[in-house]
Design a protein around this ligand. Structure first.
Ligand SMILES: NC(=O)c1ccc[n+]([C@@H]2O[C@H](COP(=O)([O-])OP(=O)(O)OC[C@H]3O[C@@H](n4cnc5c(N)ncnc54)[C@H](O)[C@@H]3O)[C@@H](O)[C@H]2O)c1
Length: 439
C-alpha cells in the first residue's frame, strides 16, 4: 500500500491526563493543530501557565515548543474544542469499579457532550482503554444526543504509550492500531499518523478495542509468570535471573516483562486485566487464565511482606526505610502502586515508614497521607531505620554508596522487591539481603 500523504488537521482531545496530554502534544509536534480540553480547571490553568501537571521526561519542552508554535492550546470548554475540530479524541479515564468492570461514565459523558455540540461531520476517536463493544455504545450515544443528525464516524485508536517514556513511545510506536468501520475514517486516520514511521494496523472497531485489553493482559501475564517461576526458584534453589535470561533469548518469548518482584501496579495493568475478565464474563467466557494472573500478582506482594516480617522477626515498633513509591521508575503516578499495599500492611503491623521517591512524593501524599514520613533524599530515609526495602527500581537506587547505607541503617538488612542487587555482593558487603526468586 502506498504511503498516505500527511494532512494537517484540527484535532481536539477530551481529557488532558497522561494520555491526552502526551498524545495531543505529540500530534501537535508532527504538525496538527491540537486543542486539549479538560474539565479539571486547575489542570488547564496550570497548562496555560506553562506548568506540566504530571512528571513525564521531555514533555515540558515539547508542550512549550508547540504552544509557542500555536499548534497546541488548552481549554475547559468542550464546546469550543469540539466546534473548532474535525477529529475528536476521547482520552478520559476509565477507572475500575468495585466489581472489576471499567467505569465508562466518563467516556459516555464525553460522547454525550460531543454529540450535544457537534454541528458538522466529526470523527470521534476513542483513545481511552475500553472493553470490546464500547464503540457501538459511543456511536449510539452520539446519534441519540445529536439533535442535528450530523454524519459521524466512531474510531477505536488504543494507546500503547508507557508512562516514563511516553513521548518516545508515541512518536516511535511499535504499531498504530486503528479500528474503523469505513474507508473514509481510515483515510483520515492514515493522514493524521502519516509522519509516524510505524506499522499501521487497520481493523474493525471491536478488534481494535480487544487488541488493547489483550496486549496489556498478556504483558501482565508475563510478569505473573515470572513471579510464579520465582516461587519455584525459591523452593528449588534455582535462580530466577538465570532462568528468565535463558528464556528471554528465545525470540518467540523475548526478554521483556519477565522481571520477578513485588508484582505489577499502575493505572493500566490491574484495571485492564480486571476489566478484561469482567467483559469476558459478560460475554459468557470465564477467563480463568487471567484470574490466575491476578492471584499470582497479589501473592507476589504478600510474599514480599512476608519476607520483611521474616527478616525483622517483629515489625511492631520498627522503622523501615523505603526506596520508591511510584508504581515504576520515571513517573510520579501512584495509581495502584504496590507501595500502597506495602505501606498499609506495615502500618497495620505497627511499623513506621521513612520513604523517599525522586518524583512521586507529592502524588503519594494524596494517596498515603501521614501513613509515611516523606524524606527528601535516599540517605535521609535510611537514618536509624531497622531495614531498607526497595519498592521502585529508579536509576538513582542502582549504585548506592553501600558503606554509607551500612552506616546509616540501624541494622544492615535490605529486602529488595525489584532484584536490583546481586546477593553474593550484598553478602560480601555485610548485608542481610533478601530478594525475589534467587535461591
Ligand atoms: N496512563 C497510561 O499510561 C495509559 C496508557 C495507555 C492507555 N491509557 C488509557 O487512557 C485513558 C486515559 O488515561 P490517563 O492515564 O490519561 O487518565 P488521567 O486520569 O490522567 O486523565 C483523564 C483526564 O480526563 C479528564 N476528563 C474526564 N472527563 C472529562 C470530560 N467530560 N471533559 C473533559 N475532561 C474530562 C479528567 O479531568 C482527567 O484530567 C484510560 O482509559 C487509560 O486506561 C493510559
Amino acid at each position: 500500500m502506498p504511503k498516505t500523504k500527511f494532512k494537517a488537521r484540527r484535532l481536539a482531545f477530551i481529557g488532558a491526563g497522561y494520555v491526552g496530554l502526551v498524545s495531543g502534544t505529540a500530534l501537535a509536534e508532527i504538525g496538527h493543530t491540537v486543542i486539549l480540553v479538560d474539565n479539571n480547571k486547575e489542570k488547564i490553568a496550570k497548562l496555560k501557565k506553562g506548568e506540566i501537571p504530571i512528571f513525564e521526561p521531555g514533555l515540558e519542552d515539547l508542550v512549550k515548543k508547540n504552544v509557542k508554535a500555536k499548534r497546541l492550546s488548552f481549554t475547559t470548554s468542550l464546546p469550543d474544542g469540539v466546534k473548532q475540530s474535525e477529529v475528536i479524541f476521547i482520552a478520559v479515564h476509565t477507572p475500575p469499579q468495585a466489581d472489576g468492570k471499567a467505569d465508562l461514565s466518563f467516556v459516555a459523558g464525553a460522547a454525550r457532550e460531543i454529540a450535544e455540540v457537534a454541528d458538522n461531520y466529526k470523527v470521534v476517536v476513542d483513545k481511552s482503554t475500553v472493553p470490546v463493544q464500547t464503540g457501538e455504545r459511543v456511536a449510539e450515544t452520539i446519534a441519540r444526543y445529536n439533535k442535528k443528525g450530523i454524519d459521524f464516524d466512531v474510531v477505536s485508536n488504543p494507546e500503547f504509550l508507557r508512562e516514563g517514556s511516553a513521548i518516545d513511545d508515541f512518536l516511535n510506536s511499535d504499531r498504530i492500531v486503528v479500528g474503523v468501520e469505513n474507508k473514509r475514517a481510515e483515510k483520515i486516520m492514515r493522514e493524521i499518523y502519516a509522519p509516524i514511521d510505524a506499522p499501521f494496523i487497520v481493523t474493525d472497531v471491536k478488534s481494535a478495542e480487544l487488541i488493547k485489553h489483550a496486549s496489556n493482559s498478556f504483558l501482565a501475564m508475563k510478569i505473573s509468570f515470572a513471579n510464579a517461576l520465582a516461587r519455584i526458584c525459591e523452593l528449588s534453589g534455582a535462580n530466577i535471573d538465570q532462568v528468565v535470561e535463558g528464556m528471554g533469548d528465545d525470540h518467540r518469548i523475548g526478554p521483556h516483562f519477565l522481571q520477578a518482584g513485588v508484582g505489577y501496579g499502575g493505572s493500566c495493568f490491574p484495571k485492564d486485566v480486571s476489566a478484561f475478565i469482567a467483559i469476558a464474563d459478560e460475554l459468557g467466557y470465564k477467563f480463568d487464565l487471567l484470574k490466575a494472573v491476578e492471584q499470582v500478582n497479589a501473592d507476589a506482594c504478600d510474599l514480599f511482606l512476608e519476607k520483611i516480617k521474616e527478616a525483622l522477626w517483629v515489625t511492631r515498633g520498627k522503622k523501615i526505610a523505603m526506596w520508591g513509591l511510584a508504581f515504576k521508575p520515571n513517573t510520579d503516578d501512584m495509581r495502584n502502586a504496590p507501595s500502597i499495599k506495602i505501606v498499609e500492611a506495615l502500618n497495620a503491623q505497627g511499623a513506621t515508614i521513612q520513604a523517599y521517591d525522586p518524583e512521586a512524593t507529592d502524588t503519594a501524599k494524596l494517596v498515603l497521607g501521614d501513613k509515611v514520613e516523606y524524606m527528601s533524599s535516599k540517605d535521609a530515609a535510611l537514618r536509624d531505620a531497622d531495614a531498607l526495602i526497595i519498592v521502585t527500581d529508579w536509576d538513582e537506587f542502582k549504585k548506592p554508596d553501600w558503606e554509607k547505607v551500612h552506616k546509616l541503617l540501624n541494622s544492615p538488612i535490605v529486602i529488595d522487591g525489584r532484584n536490583m542487587y546481586q546477593p553474593k555482593e550484598m553478602e560480601k558487603l555485610g548485608f542481610v539481603y533478601h530478594s525475589v526468586g534467587r535461591g
